[in-house]
Structures are given as structure tokens and as C-alpha cells.
Design a protein around this ligand. Structure first.
Ligand code: CAP
Ligand code: MG
Length: 429
């Protein structure tokens, strides 16, 4: 057991060059917190279950140290030499790898990560960030809007194009593929891309408004790059990736392509709740979001609080703060670390999942206007169809930005009135 205690040093003062992880630790029975801390630091750096004849001082010197314990929260400092610069996979394999399976812990959650400047400098971060994405649309005074055609998969390309036209003509800025729409036989990627970008150009001419398309390029990495190349050739400004099902290695490859071609990346986080939802075990969305910002997503889904998917209010507020700004003292909590992002731009928070026009006042009150509001069912479920649904969403946003009560605004805006009639509004679920 002593070999673990070598990884605990409550007098250790982390160096600026150390990477710090904050864990929530629940030791198994008969394991002390001190031993659990040591085992986590050991297993996630360069220790193992037994003493080693091969251990030398220069190796011991770069071991991780568990240096702080407050209630169930443990901070561990990792010398930067433990990491390959510019590689998220290697970092995750270190501090988010074997440790979750250790018998010594009953539960373990990676709550937050604080990167040293050396590591930050080895990544690009977002290409565009909030300012750059807004500049694409020349829209600065309201949330941007997006819509996913629903049903999420099954439409033919022709049907999809019709819905795309309605979404853009109804005033929404961005069309978005759903997370599981890629290249199925009923709606092939290349045909969908060519169809939708042609419609986009048409609607831009008709409306005089900038429109764009978050087209889902998720696939095996070389195929994904081929799809991103086609999007670039068609004049697309964004690609969308399901970052967790594709993985950080392919995300980093896509990021390099998008840097070379000046394209923005929309990050869908499908599958995140498999390990972010359990407050006792897994990886927090904050830790994931920081890794995504490091590599360089421009937009990231953060939840709604009021919609159909799980996400606690204080976690979503902290998440928005973390990706759009910095975590400063008045946002610090026992399970959140400070971060100084240096050259790394902020990401645009996306609020999506069960939203409809009636929930807009609550979402904007909670998250402010520097967000992208996505509505799928909340547009395509409108009694008068997708175009009316898009208009209703834009009317709800106009009402809130103008400080007018929705039902008042609905008196002169029929599409909004019909949306409010169909869906309960402003009732957080
Ligand atoms: C929303 C959505 C998004 C979720 C993802 C869906 O559709 O397209 O994938 O918002 O969750 O498939 O559910 P609706 P999150 O607008 O019809 O609900 O944003 O939390 O990552
Ligand atoms: Mg979806």
C-alpha cells in the first residue's frame, strides 16, 4: 500500500506547468480516502499495484501528486512531461482511463481539468468563436437560430430540401442535420449537400439574409474529410461532427482540415449522457467541454434546463460561462476549477432539446442572447407547417428581445399564436 502513498502529498504546491484534475472520489469500503487518492494519482500517471524494481528517481520525479482534499473532492497535479502535447486521446487515456474501473473506488467522477499554458499552446482552439460565427451572418443583437428537420431520419433528399427551404425562408439562420443523419440510402450525403446548398443560395437571394447549414460529416475519418471537402467546394461555412461517437482523434483531424479551409465546426455531443449524467461517476460535461474548446469546436450544445433532456440549471449556467468566457472567482465552486484560456477563443453555446417558441423567454432569461437556439419538433410540429414554425420561433425571439410579453406579441403574429396554443409555454419541465 505504501507505493500509493508516494502519490499523495498534501504539502505539494502545484507548478504553473502542472495540469490539474479535480475528481469526486468515493472510496470502496475498507479503502481510506488517502489510499484512494494515491491509487487514482498512481494509476493515472506512472504507478501500478506493486512496488517496481525498475523505478528510478527521474521516473518518480514526474509522478502525479494528489495534493488537496476537500470533502469528497480531490485535486491531482500532473507534471506536463506526462503528456504528449497536442493529443487529447493521450490525455484522456491518462487521467480518464483505467481509473474509472479501479476496485478501490466505489464511484469516481472527473469534474474538471485546468490546463497549463504549455498544453493550451499545443492546440488551436476555435477557428471562429462567437464573434466569428456572428460575423458570418452579420447578426449581432439576438440569438442565432437553427432547426433540425424532423422526423430526424427517413425523409428523401427532395423532402429534406423542401423542409430546408421552409426553415430558411421562415427566418431561421441555420439548417442542422440530426445527429444520426449521415449517408443513408434515402438521403445520400453528396446529394443532400448539393441540394441544400443550392436552396440556401436561392433563399439568401430571396430574403437578403445570410443562411448556412450545419451538415453532419460524421463518418470514418478519411470519409469524413471527403465530405468536409465537398462542403467546402459547395461554399459551406460549417461542418457538424458527433464528437463523442467519432472520437477526439478524428475531431482533431477534422479541426486541421477546417483550419486550412477556414471552416467552422458545430459540435454535437450525442452519447455524452452515458458518462456525464451520473453525478457520482463518470466525466462531467464541463471537463468534456473544455477538451472540445481546446481542440476547437465553434458551437457546442449545452442543454436547455426546460427542455426534454437532462441538465441541471447550475451545471448548464457554469457550462455556458466556461465555454463562452472564463470561470472567474464568483463562478468558482468546489467542483469547478479556474481556467485561463490565453489564445483559445470562446465557443458559441447551443441550447437545444425540446424547445418551442413558448419556452424562449425562459431560455433567454437563463442563458442570455449570446446563444444559438435550436428547435426541431418545436418548428416542424407547428400546426401550419415548418415555415410557420420557423416564423413563430423568430417572432418569439423578437418579442423577448423587444421586451414584449409573448401572448401580447401573438395578438399580431398568428404563427406565434398558433404555436402557443399548441404547446404549454414557459412551464419549465
Ligand atoms: C433536438 C435534437 C438534438 C438534441 C441534442 C434531438 O431536437 O435534434 O439532438 O437537442 O441534445 O435529436 O433531440 P428537438 P443536446 O428540437 O426536436 O428536441 O442539445 O442536449 O446535446
Ligand atoms: Mg438531434
Amino acid at each position: 500500500m505504501t507505493q500509493y502513498l508516494d502519490f499523495v502529498d498534501l504539502n505539494y504546491k502545484p507548478k504553473n506547468s502542472d495540469l490539474i484534475c479535480l475528481f469526486r472520489v468515493e472510496p470502496s469500503s475498507r479503502i481510506s480516502m488517502r489510499e484512494a487518492m494515491g491509487r487514482i494519482a498512481s494509476e493515472s500517471s506512472n504507478g501500478t499495484w506493486t512496488t517496481l524494481s525498475t523505478l528510478k528517481e527521474h521516473i518518480r520525479r514526474i509522478r502525479a501528486r494528489a495534493f488537496e482534499l476537500k470533502n469528497e473532492y480531490v485535486k491531482i497535479a500532473y507534471p506536463v512531461e506526462l503528456f504528449e502535447l497536442g493529443s487529447v486521446p493521450q490525455m484522456l487515456s491518462s487521467f480518464a482511463g483505467n481509473v474509472f474501473g479501479m476496485k478501490a473506488v466505489k464511484n469516481l467522477r472527473l469534474e474538471d481539468i485546468d490546463f497549463p499554458k504549455t498544453i493550451l499552446k499545443s492546440f488551436r482552439g476555435p477557428e471562429f468563436g462567437i464573434k466569428g460565427v456572428r460575423k458570418i451572418f452579420k447578426v449581432y443583437d439576438r440569438p442565432l437560430t437553427a432547426s433540425v428537420p424532423k422526423p430526424k431520419v427517413g425523409m428523401t433528399t427532395k423532402e429534406y430540401g423542401k423542409v430546408a427551404n421552409d426553415v430558411w425562408a421562415g427566418g431561421v439562420d441555420l439548417l442542422k442535420d440530426d445527429e444520426n443523419l449521415t449517408n443513408q440510402n434515402f438521403n445520400r450525403f453528396n446529394k443532400r449537400a448539393k441540394t441544400c446548398f443550392k436552396i440556401r443560395d436561392k433563399v439568401e437571394k430571396e430574403t437578403g439574409e445570410r443562411k448556412s447549414y450545419l451538415i453532419n460529416v460524421s463518418a470514418e475519418t478519411s470519409e469524413m474529410l471527403k465530405r468536409a471537402k465537398l462542403v467546402h467546394e459547395l461554399g459551406g461555412e460549417f461542418v457538424m461532427i458527433d464528437v463523442l461517437t467519432c472520437g477526439f482523434a478524428s475531431f482533431q483531424t477534422l479541426r486541421e482540415f477546417c483550419h486550412d479551409n477556414k471552416m467552422a465546426i458545430h459540435i454535437h455531443r450525442a452519447m455524452h449522457a452515458a458518462f456525464t449524467r451520473n453525478p457520482k461517476h463518470g466525466i462531467s460535461m464541463i471537463a468534456l467541454a473544455k477538451l472540445i474548446r481546446l481542440v476547437g469546436g465553434d458551437n457546442l450544445h449545452i442543454g436547455t434546463v426546460v427542455g426534454k433532456l437532462f441538465g441541471k440549471k447550475d451545471e448548464i449556467l457554469t457550462l455556458e460561462r466556461e465555454i463562452e468566457h472564463n470561470i472567474d472567482d464568483n463562478f468558482l465552486k468546489q467542483n469547478v476549477l479556474k481556467e485561463r484560456w490565453h489564445h483559445i477563443k470562446p465557443m458559441f453555446a447551443v441550447s437545444s432539446g425540446g424547445l418551442h417558441p413558448g419556452l424562449i423567454p425562459y431560455v433567454l432569461k437563463l442563458l442570455g442572447k449570446d446563444i444559438i437556439v435550436q428547435a426541431g419538433g418545436g418548428i416542424h410540429g407547428h400546426p401550419q407547417g415548418s415555415r410557420a414554425g420557423a416564423m413563430a420561433l423568430m417572432q418569439a425571439i423578437d418579442a423577448v428581445i423587444s421586451g414584449i410579453n409573448l401572448s401580447e406579441y401573438a395578438k399580431k403574429n398568428l404563427e406565434l399564436k398558433e404555436a402557443l396554443n399548441k404547446w404549454e409555454y414557459n412551464k419549465p419541465v
